[in-house]
Ligand binder design. Structure first.
Ligand SMILES: *Cc1c(COP(=O)(O)O)cnc(C)c1O
Ligand SMILES: [Zn+2]
Length: 477
């Protein structure tokens, strides 16, 4: 079936090496799936070399087009691919897999909470993606490209593999299970360093789940080796197709505010730095196409227990050098990464960003205590913040304290996953049972626990009701 609503434009995608600058075809029959530069092993980024074609249209044209697509019934254009021309304009409709990712709500901070914190903010609830984190955006793009490769090259057997702090493996396993033949999925996890909910996801989706002792960085080294030596499809954000898909976050924020981000700033937790790279790349693309004229200021947030990017940007620009750190236990566990794979992308994109908007790129460091308190406080006000979302709120409070933003600026906090994935940390907080390594003491005012109201079964209803009425200080009608 030919669908007239599907765009005719096809881009010409190339991998660009951030180390040596060499370029490699990403489409056409000679294209390979590259994760790192075959010449120098550096990180790659994807570029549409025919973007000049897109620039011939006005910003208004693009704004109108993307707004009209928001109502499309074409499943291939309903999710992140409604920004098709900016995303991966080499895919055909039959390649595209859409499991309902994207379109996540931006929920204004509860009025009482904004007042109490003296800060203006909204959460973008990425936990409302199908596997309950933003990773679905990138995975939808990566799997669509894999299907494209499988179709064009007639591949009969693809093994997708990733290392994960929990959510990448959940997303990979879900898309892998949905797509099925010829793709199978295996995930490598740091034993005991993903939450039980996150672990249940790839298990339930039938992926092969492998574990090693250690942290994410240890797993990443192993899958990098596998990707270099064996025929596997790497699904980590080293895979540039993941970054493309995650750019859709930036497009959605801009569209939500009617393509005008004056007075808006974005807070993003930084782990492997794929997400913040994608968001910067997306914003730069919108700017390049004249879709908006003012870039928003961007704040990466890191815990003091996993802060290599903060360390780099807080050092003197003249002498700073990037150095990985050894991570310590963090409740922002999905961002507990000491050697972010996408650091070279951040460095390059931040430089471009700063050249257009001096002071536009910032990194904030927060304590574990601040992250956990902010998470609990947000959810007490009706939000569904994960600990990384809490990290963003803690980052906003820190930025206000440092006078980096004003009371009037509207901060969009990326709550990267659903609170339920990380509810174990809430439980530990309430029980005051954090391992000393976390350096977290609960605030008694935030404590909550179930109360057993009847000490034995079978009490008469009236008696139980009376106990409850006393507990809740109810008045008789
Ligand atoms: C992956 C992840 C992060 C970190 O994102 P990076 O792209 O690795 O920087 C933050 N929060 C959650 C919930 C994640 O799953
Ligand atoms: Zn290179």
């Amino acid at each position: 079936m030919i669908d007239s609503t599907f765009p005719a434009y096809r881009g010409s995608m190339e991998y660009v090496c951030l180390g040596c600058g060499k370029r490699f075809a990403a489409t056409g029959l000679s294209a390979e799936l590259h994760y790192t530069c075959p010449a120098c092993n550096s990180v790659l980024m994807l570029e549409d070399t025919s973007i000049g074609e897109l620039k011939k249209q006005s910003g208004q044209h693009w704004r109108d087009l993307f707004d009209s697509r928001a109502a499309t019934r074409n499943p291939a254009l309903r999710g992140i691919f409604r920004y098709y021309e900016l995303m991966a304009p080499v895919l055909e409709p039959q390649d595209i897999v859409c499991l309902g990712e994207g379109h996540t709500p931006i929920v204004e901070g509860a009025p009482a909470l904004q007042g109490y914190l003296e800060a203006r903010f909204s959460f973008k609830n990425e936990g409302q993606n199908p596997s309950a984190s933003f990773k679905d955006r990138g995975m939808a793009c990566a799997f669509s490209y894999l299907r494209h490769m499988a179709r064009v090259r007639k591949l009969t057997n693809i093994l997708g593999i990733c290392a994960s702090t929990g959510d990448t493996s959940a997303a990979a396993a879900m898309y892998g299970a949905y797509v099925g033949d010829p793709i199978k999925t295996a995930v490598l996890l740091p034993q005991g360093k993903v939450t039980p909910q996150q672990l249940s996801q790839p298990l339930g989706n039938g992926a092969t789940v492998l574990e090693i002792p250690g942290v994410f960085d240890d797993c990443m080294k192993v899958v990098e080796h596998l990707a270099a030596q064996y025929q596997v499809a790497l699904l980590n954000s080293k895979n540039s197709w993941r970054i493309l898909g995650q750019e859709s976050y930036a497009y959605e924020v801009a569209q939500h505010f009617d393509w005008n981000l004056d007075n808006i700033c974005l807070f993003v937790p930084v782990g492997n730095a794929g997400n913040i790279s994608a968001i910067m790349a997306g914003l730069l693309k919108l700017h390049a196409l004249g879709i908006f004229t003012t870039l928003p200021r961007l704040f990466g947030v890191q815990s003091s227990h996993a802060d290599p990017v903060w360390r780099y940007y807080s050092a003197d620009p003249a002498t700073r050098v990037y150095q990985p750190v050894a991570v310590r236990a963090s409740v922002a566990q999905a961002a507990m990464i000491g050697n972010p794979v996408s650091f070279p992308r951040v460095r390059l994109l931040a430089e471009r960003y700063e050249s257009l908007l001096p002071g536009g790129f910032n990194v904030i460091q927060v304590t574990e205590q601040a992250i956990m308190d902010a998470t609990i406080i947000a959810n007490r006000h009706g939000h569904i913040a994960c600990t990384q979302g809490g990290e963003c709120l803690a980052g906003l409070l820190q930025a206000r304290k440092l006078n980096l933003i004003s009371r009037e600026e509207h901060a969009i906090l990326d709550s990267t996953a659903h609170s339920l994935k990380f509810s174990g940390f809430q439980d530990i907080y309430f029980r005051n049972a954090f391992d000393p390594e976390y350096e977290i003491k609960p605030k008694p005012s935030l404590y909550n626990a179930p109360e057993l109201i009847a000490d034995k079964a079978g009490l008469p209803v009236e008696e139980i009701a009376k106990k409850i009425a006393e507990r809740l200080e109810l008045k008789l009608v």
